[in-house]
Design a protein around this ligand. Structure first.
Ligand SMILES: *Cc1c(COP(=O)(O)O)cnc(C)c1O
Length: 402
């Protein structure tokens, strides 16, 4: 079948890559020791500190998010040392599996998969650790599998109230450049991210931002390591920063992506994500009035700005709907991750997106609901339009509709 027009990527990663970033990356091989490249790569890595809102150090790895999960642990936790994992979704589970694989003893705090991590459960588990063996608390900021945002400041307070010395490590893969994560202000000791989500890049780069307590621990602690060791990733040569050949083209892309984020302004980037997420939620709220389609996240205040997870009953054939949307309408949505296979549609709304793209994607999904006979209250797209128009950004000076 010949398909015309643009294909939409409404996945919660990878996200759209702007033309500007693609063009910036389209470059011949260059000498990575050339002063121009060295300066550009250094500036890009250092400028990531603005996005993490930290005075700490940022290290870049040729890696996926899965790799920097291991980077964080390798630098901070020795085999046999304990970590606490707040496990409320597929990605927290993934990080826990890495922790177990590298020999950490894992204390799991398991929550309801439809709710955010309960900070008091974290406090309880830390209080029970009388010998203070737990080295780090691992939390996923936005749990992409459920569309739920965890309350990082509340988890920080939970650690502090118990007076526990554990480091707070945050997976910001789905939240960096999407919503606020002021690492230093929130007392996060380490945050990690990857290139293919809010940073609007192809997959392949992983980042860790390291605060002073985590940096100090890594100097003398951590596991035997080499590739992941951030202590060897300092110095004047770009070859050292990557412990091997620098990903030259990707660094040009990263520089361009950061320029785009800074031109827009990070606060406006966050506001745009809030606005588009609110529009998606307005549509889902309308559809769900018929009682078949429902928000996965039970608590409205815990629904994140990166992805919205819809639950469908098995007879609604969520995966067939997604295949139809992708193959016939050129709109790709995410599906249910274990244990929700075949029962979820996840609408990604992060990265390089604007209002008509979101409306188009919602219209395509509503079309598919009609086509597949999924009971839903019609008018999701109208509800999204109303949500957008009520936003001050789109209607400056117009009194709030609500
Ligand atoms: C996408 C994602 C990951 C995994 O990233 P990869 O680059 O695919 O390894 C980890 N954590 C969260 C929260 C994610 O959204």
């Amino acid at each position: 079948m010949i398909r015309r027009g643009r294909a939409f990527v409404q996945l919660p990663g990878p996200t759209n890559i702007p033309e500007r970033v693609l063009r910036a990356m389209s470059r011949p091989a260059t000498d990575f020791a050339a002063p121009d490249f060295v300066a550009l790569a250094r500036s890009a890595i250092d400028d990531l500190r603005r996005v993490f809102a930290t005075e700490g150090e940022v290290f870049a790895f040729v890696s996926l998010g899965h790799g920097v999960w291991e980077a964080a642990l390798a630098n901070l936790v020795a085999p046999g040392e304990a970590v606490l994992v707040a496990e409320a979704g597929r990605f927290a589970r993934g990080w826990r599996i890495v922790a177990e694989a590298v020999g950490a003893e894992v204390v799991r705090v398991e929550g309801d998969l439809r709710r955010a991590v309960d900070p008091s459960a974290v406090a309880e588990a830390l209080a029970a650790d009388r010998e203070r063996r737990i080295r780090a608390v691992l939390v996923v900021h936005i749990e992409t599998s459920t569309g739920i945002v965890n309350d990082i400041p509340a988890i920080r307070r939970a650690i502090d109230e118990v007076g526990h010395p554990a480091l707070l490590l945050v997976d910001a893969v789905a939240s960096l450049a999407v919503c606020e994560l002021p690492m230093d202000r929130w007392g996060v000791d380490l945050a990690l991210a990857a290139s293919q989500k809010g940073l609007m890049m192809p997959p392949g780069l992983g980042f860790v931002a390291v605060g002073p307590r985590a940096a100090a621990r890594a100097e003398t602690g951590g596991a035997p390591r080499r590739y992941w060791d951030w202590r060897i990733r300092r110095g004047p040569d770009s070859y050292e920063w990557f412990y091997g050949t620098p990903p030259v083209q990707a660094m040009y892309g990263l520089r361009e992506a950061l320029d785009m984020l800074f031109e827009e302004g990070l606060e406006r980037v966050h506001a745009r994500h809030r606005r588009l997420a609110a529009a998606v939620r307005a549509a889902v709220a309308r559809w769900s009035e018929a009682g078949t389609v429902a928000f996965h996240a039970l608590e409205p205040g815990e629904r994140c700005d990166a992805v919205t997870a819809l639950r469908l009953p098995p007879e609604a054939r969520a995966d067939e709907i997604r295949a139809f949307c992708r193959d016939r309408l050129s709109v790709a949505f995410g599906g249910g991750l274990p244990p929700f296979e075949g029962r979820m549609i996840r609408i990604g709304h992060l990265g390089d997106l604007n209002e008509p793209m979101i409306l188009g994607a919602l219209a395509a999904l509503e079309l598919a609901f009609v086509r597949f006979g999924v009971p839903h209250a019609p008018g999701g797209v109208e509800a999204a339009i109303a949500s957008l128009v009520a936003d001050r950004e789109l209607s400056p000076g117009v009194p709030d509709a609500s």
